[in-house]
Design a protein around this ligand. Structure first.
Ligand code: HEM
Length: 448
C-alpha cells in the first residue's frame, strides 16, 4: 500500500470522475442554498417553496456530494490507481441516485405525486434507492477490505457500519407512517437518529481515516480507547439535538454522557493529527475542535435548551458540514488525487469562512438592535461565495481533463503515425496492436 502524497499524478487515477461528479453536486446544492437566501430576501419564483428548496439542498449535499466523494476516497486509498470496475459502478450508481433526489425534492418535497391514477411519494422512493446503493457499497467494502492492514481501516469500518446503521432511522420513520403511528417521540427520534448518525457517524470517522491516511503515524498516536469512545458515544448523541422536553430524563442523561465522550474523542483526534497532516487539513481540524466544544455544551441540559432556542441550529450544522466536512473533503481530494483535483484550493477556506460568519447575524446571538434586512442580504452574498469558488474549481478541473485527453489522443496519434513510418520503411503492414504485446513492434508505447 502506497501512502497518499499531495503530488500524486492524476494519470490513470480512477475514481476522479466520481470526485468531479460529486463536486458538481456540491455546486448545484450550494447554488440552491443561495437561492433559498435570495427567496428569503425577495420571495421565490412561482412553484418553488423554501421548504422544498431546503430538502433538495440537504439531500443533494448528503447523497450527491459527501457520500460518493467519501466512498471514492476510501476506495482510491484502498486500491490505489486501480479501483475494480464493480466498485466504480457502485460509486457511479451512488452519485447518480444522489443527484436523482434533487428534482423531486425541489418540485414536490415529501408530497406524493399523481402518476397513472396513483399517488406516489416520488422523492422518498428515490431517496430510499440511495440506501440500497449504500448497502451494496457496504457489502463490497467488507469483501475488499477483509485482509487489508491499513491504520485508517478501523475508522473506515466504523464509518461504513454507522452509515448502514443510520439508515434504520429512515426505515423506522417510513414504518411509522405506514402503520399510521403518530407518536411524537418516535417520529422525531427516528428522523434525528438517521440525520445525526449519518452526519456524525459516517462522515466523522470516514474523514478522520482519510486525514490520517497520508501519514499513518498520526493515526497511530490516537489511543485505542478513542475509537471505542466514538463507537459507543456516537449512536446516543442524536438525542442531544432533540428538544430536551421531548426526551425522558434517563435518556437525556445517557445522551449527555454519549455527547461528552464523543466530544472528548474529537478533541483528542484534533490534537493528535493537527501537526502530522498537510496544511490544508488544519482549518477543517479546527472546525472539528469547535464542533466538539459545542457538543460538550449541548451535553449540559440548560445550555442545550438555550442553544436550541437561540436559532443556532443552522450555524451549528454548517460548522460541521461546511467547516469540517466540505473543507476536509477538499483536503482529502488533494491528498488522494493531487493538486489538480482541487485547483484554487486556498480560496475555498475564506469562502466557507465568510459563509459561516454570514450566518451569525441570523441567530438570536446577534443583538436585535443591530439586525434588519441587511442580515438577509449578507447571508445571500455569503452563500454566493462557495458557489463561485466551486464553479471556478470545476471549470479548471474540466479544462485540465480536456487538455489531458487531447494530449493523450495526440500522443497516441503520433505513435500510430510513427508505426506507419517505421513499418513502411521495413516494408511490413502497419501494426495497430497498442497493448504493447511482445513482438508487436509498438515497443509497449500503448501504455500511455
Ligand atoms: C456551501 C454552501 C452552503 C450553503 C450556501 C448552504 C445554505 C443553506 C441554507 C440556506 C439552508 C436553509 C437554512 C434555513 O432553514 O434557514 C441550509 C440548511 C441545511 N444545509 Fe446547507 N448550505 C451550504 C452547505 C451545506 C453542506 C456542505 C451541507 C451538507 C454536507 C449542508 C446541509 C444542510 C442541512 C442538513 C440543512 C438543514 C436542512 C433542514 O433543516 O432540514 N449545507 N443550508
Amino acid at each position: 500500500m502506497r501512502w497518499g502524497t499531495s503530488n500524486r499524478s492524476l494519470a490513470g487515477a480512477r475514481g476522479l470522475e466520481i470526485w468531479i461528479g460529486a463536486l458538481g453536486c456540491f455546486t448545484l446544492a450550494a447554488a440552491t442554498g443561495a437561492l433559498f437566501r435570495f427567496g428569503m430576501l425577495t420571495g421565490l419564483p412561482a412553484g418553488l417553496s423554501l421548504g422544498n428548496l431546503r430538502h433538495a439542498h440537504s439531500h443533494l449535499m448528503y447523497f450527491g456530494w459527501v457520500t460518493p466523494a467519501l466512498m471514492a476516497m476510501i476506495a482510491a486509498h484502498r486500491f490505489e490507481a486501480r479501483i475494480p470496475s464493480s466498485m466504480i459502478w457502485i460509486l457511479r450508481a451512488t452519485l447518480i441516485l444522489g443527484l436523482g433526489t434533487y428534482v423531486p425534492f425541489l418540485l414536490y418535497g415529501y408530497q406524493p405525486v399523481e402518476w397513472m391514477g396513483r399517488r406516489l411519494p416520488l422523492a422518498t422512493m428515490i431517496a430510499s434507492l440511495n440506501l440500497f446503493a449504500w448497502y451494496t457499497y457496504g457489502g463490497v467494502y467488507l469483501h475488499w477490505t477483509r485482509r487489508l492492514d491499513h491504520p485508517a481501516r478501523p475508522w473506515w469500518d466504523l464509518a461504513v457500519f454507522f452509515l448502514i446503521l443510520s439508515s434504520l432511522g429512515a426505515w423506522g420513520r417510513a414504518a411509522l407512517t405506514i402503520l399510521r403511528m403518530e407518536d411524537a417521540f418516535w417520529s422525531s427520534a427516528t428522523v434525528h437518529f438517521f440525520l445525526n448518525l449519518f452526519a456524525d457517524g459516517w462522515i466523522g470517522p470516514a474523514l478522520i481515516g482519510v486525514a490520517g491516511a497520508g501519514d499513518p503515524e498520526g493515526l497511530r498516536r490516537i489511543p485505542r480507547w478513542a475509537w471505542w469512545g466514538l463507537a459507543l458515544g456516537t449512536p446516543g448523541a442524536f438525542l442531544l439535538t432533540m428538544s430536551p422536553a421531548e426526551v425522558p430524563t434517563a435518556l437525556r442523561i445517557l445522551a449527555g454522557v454519549s455527547g461528552g465522550v464523543m466530544a472528548l474523542v474529537l478533541l483528542i483526534v484534533m490534537h493528535r493529527l493537527f501537526w502530522r497532516v498537510p496544511w490544508e487539513w488544519r482549518i477543517p481540524l479546527i472546525s472539528l475542535g469547535l464542533r466538539a466544544l459545542a457538543e460538550l455544551g449541548l451535553s449540559v441540559p440548560p445550555i442545550a435548551s438555550w442553544a436550541l432556542g437561540a436559532g443556532l441550529r443552522i450555524f451549528y450544522i454548517h460548522l460541521w458540514l461546511a467547516g469540517f466536512t466540505t473543507l476536509g473533503l477538499m483536503a482529502g481530494a488533494r491528498q488522494t488525487w493531487g493538486d489538480r483535483a482541487v485547483p484554487g484550493l486556498p480560496v475555498v477556506f475564506p469562502a466557507i469562512g465568510f459563509l459561516l460568519l454570514s450566518l451569525i447575524p441570523l441567530t438570536d446571538f446577534w443583538p436585535p438592535a443591530w439586525g434588519g434586512r441587511w442580515t438577509l442580504a449578507v447571508a445571500f452574498v455569503g452563500a454566493l461565495f462557495p458557489v463561485g469558488v466551486a464553479l471556478g474549481m470545476l471549470g479548471k478541473i474540466l479544462q485540465g481533463v480536456i487538455a489531458g485527453s487531447a494530449k493523450t489522443l495526440l500522443a497516441s496519434h503520433m505513435e500510430v503515425r510513427d508505426e506507419y513510418r517505421s513499418d513502411g520503411d521495413s516494408g511490413k503492414a502497419p501494426a495497430h496492436d497498442h497493448a504493447g504485446a511482445p513482438g508487436s513492434g509498438s515497443g509497449g508505447g500503448g501504455d500511455l
